[in-house]
Design a protein around this ligand. Structure first.
Ligand SMILES: [Zn+2]
Length: 185
């Protein structure tokens, strides 16, 4: 990253992982089962437009985290232990390094062609996504890299339609609302 201020320039390393959270609307309760949100559609749109499309495009995984209802808070069954998840992640990363000597996140455009092979159904789903959800070239590359990681987690050499569909679900909600929900394909 190069910072230029008043005729002086400084360079800083900038390889980082960004984790960010935002509210769904100005009051924070949009979609809450208690119906507490009274924000107008227009206010919600203006609030969300504060983050530009090109910025959102560069974030690989977008997740909606709905409010947890009271019953789930008190009766939640224990989930999978983090240690088990950690093992899967390490294994998937080892696959990536063995194949291409870097993580999927660091693949350049030419490397994506080389390493992100899709089966015919996955390719067709991607084409459909580009047509229906207005997916940009930059977003498409990110969808492919995330799908490659999902395939690595499943020990698969080729990217399946299921991996592409899941990867598309991590795109910003606005990409997805432009057409059919990817999960339905
Ligand atoms: Zn609201």
């Amino acid at each position: 990253m190069t910072l230029s201020r008043a005729g002086r320039q400084a360079e800083f390393p900038a390889r980082f992982q960004l984790v960010a959270a935002m509210n769904p609307c100005p009051c924070g309760y949009l979609g809450h089962p208690g119906g507490r949100c009274h924000c107008s559609r227009d206010r919600v749109d203006r609030y969300r437009a504060r983050l530009s499309g090109p910025l959102l495009d560069r974030i690989d995984l977008h997740l909606d985290v709905p409010a947890v209802c009271e019953a789930a808070l008190f009766d939640a069954t224990p989930g999978e232990p983090s240690e088990a998840v950690r093992g899967r992640v390490i294994e998937a990363r080892e696959r990536q390094w063995a194949r291409q000597s870097c993580s999927n996140a660091r693949l350049g455009v030419a490397d994506i062609d080389r390493w992100c092979h899709c089966d015919p159904a996955a390719t067709e789903l991607l084409r459909q996504a580009v047509r229906q959800f207005n997916v940009s070239a930059r977003a498409l590359h990110r969808v492919l890299k995330v799908a490659r990681t999902l395939a690595d987690l499943a020990h698969a050499d080729t990217i399946s339609a299921a991996a592409v569909a899941e990867s598309l679900r991590y795109r910003p909600a606005d990409d997805r609302s432009a057409g059919v929900r990817p999960g339905a394909v």
